[in-house]
Design a binder for this molecule. Structure first.
Ligand code: URA
Length: 435
């Protein structure tokens, strides 16, 4: 294939035909198009954009670059949730077993963290024995038997996205709405879902900093998901403040179990319930969001999703005895330091970006895809906006690998909190629904 005329056409803002897009994705996946030419095409797309038909063609061509999951016919709908990522965002962990208990099948294919954003697979890797990489046949078997699986993409699923994402990362072309849409949805469509809920975050620690940009991305993904036959909705949620009161891989697993035990923080519970409720309505299992929320709450309160969680992690290789023993520890890190307030008042800001940067810098996140991670470090007992704090009262605790990093982290963490004399009105977590 002579790829140059297509690069030139996109450079001149011409529309590419679906067959042309299919062919270049096929050729690129087969390594017949060099990286430098694909990087040039990605830059042309970044500046000139893709229309709806082009984005659909790109998404489907990427989905079809590898294997798609196949499930036997079953009355339980296949559903999943995708979040654009944030600090303390552990919703997938309690949500998957809750959805399984609500009568869904959940093939939750997740990713790893990069930069300040955490990744579901890294959190699960902190569970003794848990396997995040499963072959496709095992994913299907466990979804049918247990009802839910949370694991990584297999080598043969959507290989085009893996190659293209690496090039986007290296060529400054990640923040293109059409490229993000194709990347996320090609992977979700490979799960053969009946319904998908997208949690598109906005704010200082989100991929999309403004609500307006998050809305544009949500609208693009919802339109494309529905056009491709998967009932798709999105919620726009605030990511200026961390979700829950803990951030860091193992600490987030612990908080997820608290949520399943009905002892977790309210905002996490709200988002778990809301995501489940949307899917109940999308699949017509509930007539309204209000009744769906009641159904999801009753299910969570019953304790069955907690038992389903244990079943899921054991099915994926976890050592349940070691896991339960680890849950009893206050900290698994070498050093635990309390960060205290210099004055009394109400928390008016708790900056998720600063907290994310601190966790990344103390070893809980990756600077590059190759970096290794310390699962035990992180921040917990985070005082959230609206909370009253006394002088020398607790702002948060930092779990660190050594005293020196804990000290530096402490100074930065203090700057994440703003304290005011008056209690400011709290912001809504779920700000909008699209679709
Ligand atoms: N997550 C993805 O999987 N792809 C993107 O392009 C951005 C976020």
């Amino acid at each position: 294939m002579n790829f140059l005329p297509l690069i030139e056409a996109k450079r001149e803002e011409k529309i590419l035909a679906p067959e042309q897009i299919q062919e270049f994705i096929r050729e690129f996946t087969a390594e017949k198009i060099p990286d430098y030419q694909m990087a040039a095409m990605l830059m042309a797309i970044y500046f000139r954009g893709l229309n709806t038909d082009e984005t659909t063609a790109l998404t489907l061509a990427m989905r079809d670059s590898g294997d798609v999951l196949k499930f036997p016919k079953d009355k339980r709908p296949l559903v999943d949730k995708h979040s654009t990522g944030g600090i303390g965002d552990k919703v997938s962990l309690p949500l998957a077993p809750l959805l399984a208990c609500l009568g869904f099948r959940v093939p939750m294919i997740s990713g790893r963290g990069l930069g300040i954003t955490g990744g579901t697979l890294d959190k699960l890797d902190s569970i003794p024995g848990f396997k995040t990489l499963l072959p496709a046949a095992q994913i299907t078997k466990l979804v049918q038997q247990v009802g839910c699986v949370i694991c990584g993409q297999t080598d043969t699923m959507v290989p085009a996205d893996k190659k293209i994402y690496a090039l986007r990362d290296a060529s400054g072309t990640v923040p293109s709405i059409q490229l993000i849409t194709a990347s996320i949805l090609s992977k979700k469509l490979a799960e053969c879902l009946d319904a998908l809920i997208l949690d598109v975050k906005f704010g200082c620690a989100a991929f999309m900093q403004t609500k307006a940009d998050a809305l544009k991305l949500a609208q693009a993904m919802v339109a494309l998901g529905n056009q491709c036959g998967t009932n798709t909705r999105a919620i726009l949620t605030d990511m200026n403040t961390p979700l829950g009161r803990a951030a860091g891989n193992w600490l987030e697993v612990k908080e997820s179990v608290d949520c399943l035990d009905n002892k977790g923080p309210n905002d996490l519970r709200e988002l778990v319930i809301d995501s489940a409720a949307q899917l109940l309505v999308q699949t017509k299992k509930s007539k309204s969001l209000a009744t769906a929320r009641v159904l999801a709450e009753e299910c969570l309160n019953s304790g069955t999703p907690r038992k389903k969680w244990d079943e899921m992690i054991v099915a994926q290789g976890a050592d349940l005895k070691a896991f339960n023993k680890k849950l009893l520890l206050d900290s698994t890190a070498k050093i635990l330091v309390e960060i205290k307030s210099d004055r009394a008042g109400f928390i008016s800001k708790c900056d998720a970006r600063i907290i994310g940067e601190v966790i990344r810098d103390i070893g809980g996140g990756r600077l590059t895809k190759e970096s290794s991670i310390n699962f035990d470090v992180g921040v917990d007992r985070i005082a959230k906006p609206g909370a009253r704090v006394e002088k020398l009262g607790l702002l948060c605790r930092v779990h660190a690998a050594d005293a020196a990093t804990a000290k530096i982290a402490g100074t930065h963490l203090k700057a994440a909190f703003k304290i005011s004399a008056r209690k400011l009105p709290s912001l809504k977590l779920v700000q909008e629904t699209v679709g």
